[in-house]
Design a protein around this ligand. Sequence first.
Ligand SMILES: [Zn+2]
Length: 276
Amino acid sequence: MRVPILTYHGVNIAGGGYADNDHVAFAADLELIQSLQLRIVPLQWVVDQRLGRSRRDLRGCVALTCDDGSNFDYDDLDHPQHGVQRSFYNSLRRFRDHHGVRAQPDLHLTSFVIADPVARERMDRQCLVGRDWMQSRWWRAAQDSGLIAIENHSWDHNHPCLDSPGPHGLVRGDFHAVASEAQAEFEIARAQHYLAQQLAPQAPRLFCYPFGHVNDFLRADWLPRRGPAVGLDAAFGDGAAPVTMTSDRWNLPRYICGWHWRSPEALRAILESAAD
Ligand SMILES: [Zn+2]
């Protein structure tokens, strides 16, 4: 297995081009993946394969994820500076309308969302444009569409816009700071619990590290020990490599749009090298 995992951020909207707008990039990348005759599969399939629970043929496959969980994932929104943005969800639907179900029968996107409604509201005011675009009301509709899974991107991202220190002495602004038992329970287990309540009967099974910050306490101690008990199968970082059978279960690598690639040509090189 050598499956590249691609990551987008719905709030990355700084212009209208591929390099400065993740919605433009996402829609173009769906077409690129199709033209390269690669197959989009749910992220959970890659995890199940890695954990030996399934033995699908995942040659020529790629999985899609997006982080932070703003309304831009699901709704088309009129950005005050950059105009109407087509959501990731509507790009998936549009792709399916154009190409038919058989083109990508397992078409899927995993959206890693921030759990805490208070933190989301603070981020909406301080980091977005204060239009209440960090809601949770679209989560269930997205999940019910069958095209999107909602997964765990921590309780509050330990975001710099939050009051510091937070609970359990947590210094804000950096996920490396989550380095004690109580802090990990607060940031990861609490989010698991909240998301399971919101999404029942579905429950989150995947975690991705805010800011891509992976520390040894979480990766090598807390998650191996507590992860399965709180319902987690795996965790994702930003290692810029394909997932293989020897990838670290608690730090599975991903490629980040705007960082590891900024053009269709660069993504094509990533996808072609992963397939070798
Ligand atoms: Zn994030």
